[in-house]
Ligand binder design. Structure first.
Ligand code: SF4
Ligand code: SF4
Length: 161
């Protein structure tokens, strides 16, 4: 069974477990966690093909900051204000995000229409590498429900911590 299929089967039953585990991780040293996060990120992403998944682009509207919006609107040949009006909204946390889910830039073959110009949030998702693991513990428990890679990173981490 592929990692994506295992995630589909298991994600509903691990919500509490992952929440408890990420709370436990707060007691670990940040440097050690980031190193392990980086290692497991590489390992899991070598086994998961995002183009067979695209669940983040389907379910989580990304934050689009002003720099992102300026870059994307320029690429699309639109005025910044037109782009903001047509593609962006403010969510309940006050963040500016894409206004549709699935994202309108997601193509049928799961490629991103604006890949080179995509928002920073898309490039950095799911925040498990680049020595960012420890500062996003609260997010990982939530993201494991949306991202098969995060699910498996937490599952593998729980076996060694
Ligand atoms: S901009 Fe591209 S990478 Fe970001 S959510 Fe949309 S389709 Fe996915
Ligand atoms: S949800 Fe995770 S595994 Fe799926 S496409 Fe997004 S980053 Fe890749």
């Amino acid at each position: 069974m592929s990692l994506i299929e295992q995630w589909k089967k298991g994600k509903a039953n691990v919500r509490k477990k992952h929440k408890k585990f990420t709370q436990k991780l707060k007691r670990e040293k940040g440097k050690k966690l980031n190193e392990l996060g980086d290692e497991l990120h590489e390992q899991v992403f070598s086994e998961v093909d995002c183009l067979e998944c695209a669940n983040c682009c389907t379910s989580i509207p990304p934050i689009v900051n002003k720099t992102d919006a300026t870059r994307i609107s320029k690429h699309l040949g639109m005025k910044l204000s037109e782009f903001q009006k047509e593609y962006l909204i403010q969510d309940e946390d006050g963040d500016t995000v894409m206004n549709t889910s699935p994202c309108r830039f997601l193509l049928e073959n799961n490629h991103c229409m604006i890949y080179e110009f995509r928002p920073k949030a898309c490039r950095e998702y799911p925040h498990t590498d680049a020595f960012e693991f420890a500062k996003n513990l609260h997010l990982h428990a939530v993201n494991a429900r949306y991202c098969p890679a995060v699910f498996h990173i937490l599952e593998r981490m729980a076996k060694v911590i």
